[in-house]
Design a protein around this ligand. Structure first.
Ligand SMILES: NC(=O)c1ccc[n+]([C@@H]2O[C@H](COP(=O)([O-])OP(=O)(O)OC[C@H]3O[C@@H](n4cnc5c(N)ncnc54)[C@H](OP(=O)(O)O)[C@@H]3O)[C@@H](O)[C@H]2O)c1
Length: 320
């Protein structure tokens, strides 16, 4: 298995299984297929509401695969950003996952919500970042590391501006920033920042998620990445699949990937991307596909007279 070394020295498997929106009855077969295929990294989050079935599946997996060989990531939902709530939320995830510790715990979004809020549905669901500063949530996450409940901590959906601000007060620097990344969203600014600050980027939606059409900011339609002619030509050259090319490209530019699938064949297919070596020309060709297209823009946090806007969440970095 290919690994990336974090700033803390720990090695994170470069490819993991994404689990959002996998139907609960398909979770155990998906995780067992993944482990048997060679995956050692599972990505979940409190908001996916699947930590219980993942915990049950891991109990089965742990009979064959020792805990130290596995890498389990979960994420703090925005309704538990108040410092007193952070450890309780982490302990709830650990309880559901039936684990003593997480390998990686991420702050899911730079947005704070009132306890019990999933996605906001009314103005009262929001806290402002003045009321619950990200630096204080982070400090509580650092405390969880000290308590041995999590080995590494990081962020998700943080702009480089927010990473920079966090670094000013953090005693433990974020090891990972998990963000949307694929050939249409190449994250040049994040890659430059991550390299300079030794942060590992993890790409979510590396296959373009399950959307049928991709759209640029100006409304221009783009072909779904899995059917893109350039990606498929490169796949043919290597006797590989489009999904394998998309994943291999990200790993080649030093980005970890967490593709989701509930199909045993596709879970196995995606793992084989770890041994696909693209040429420098392939990598340069894919670099030309960058577009102003994003699948997740977090607009769900900007409604109901929200104190958050796309500008305040992304700091002008939505399409970089
Ligand atoms: N931090 C965040 O805010 C955030 C946001 C979004 C996602 N995530 C994480 O990232 C993971 C991946 O992102 P995602 O779920 O949005 O999308 P994705 O992994 O880019 O795409 C998943 C879709 O691709 C299909 N697929 C998988 N392998 C395939 C293959 N080899 N050939 C053809 N189709 C294939 C899947 O269908 P089948 O199941 O039918 O194979 C599914 O419809 C999530 O599961 C989650 O863990 C994090």
């Amino acid at each position: 298995m290919k690994h990336f070394t974090l700033c803390t020295g720990r090695k994170m498997p470069a490819l993991g299984l994404g689990t959002s929106r996998i139907e609960h009855e398909k979770i155990e077969p998906a995780i067992m297929t993944a482990l048997d295929a060679g995956y050692r990294h599972i990505d979940t989050a409190a908001i996916y509401k699947n930590e219980l079935p993942i915990g049950a599946a891991l109990q089965k997996g742990l009979k064959q695969y020792p805990r130290p060989d596995l890498w389990i990531t979960s994420k703090l939902w925005c309704d538990a950003h108040k410092p007193d709530d952070v450890m309780t939320a982490l302990k709830d995830s650990l309880y559901k996952l039936q684990l003593d510790y997480l390998d990686l715990y991420l702050m899911h979004f730079p947005v704070a919500l009132r306890p019990g809020t999933g996605w906001p549905t009314q103005h009262e669901d929001y806290y402002t970042l003045e009321e619950v500063p990200l630096s204080e949530t982070w400090e509580a996450m650092e405390h969880c590391v000290k308590k041995g409940l999590v080995r590494d901590i990081g962020t998700s959906n943080f702009s480089t501006v927010k990473l920079h601000d966090l670094a000013e007060t953090a005693r433990i620097q974020p090891a990972v920033n998990q963000i949307e990344m694929h050939p249409y969203q190449q994250q040049h600014l994040q890659r430059d920042y991550a390299k300079r600050h030794h942060i590992l980027l993890t790409a979510y939606s590396p296959l373009g998620s399950s959307v049928d059409t991709m759209q640029q900011a100006d409304g221009t339609k783009l072909p779904p990445l899995l059917t893109h002619p350039v990606i498929n030509e490169i796949a043919e050259e290597h006797d590989a699949t489009a999904a394998q090319v998309l994943l291999a490209w990200l790993m080649a530019i030093e980005v970890a990937v967490i593709p989701r699938s509930s199909s045993p064949e596709r879970i196995q297919e995606n793992f084989k991307a770890t041994s696909l070596a693209l040429t420098p020309l392939n990598i340069a060709t894919i670099a030309e596909l960058h577009a102003k297209a994003k699948i997740f823009n977090a607009a769900g946090f900007t409604e109901y007279d929200s104190p958050y806007s796309l500008e305040s969440i992304w700091d002008g970095e939505l399409y970089t």
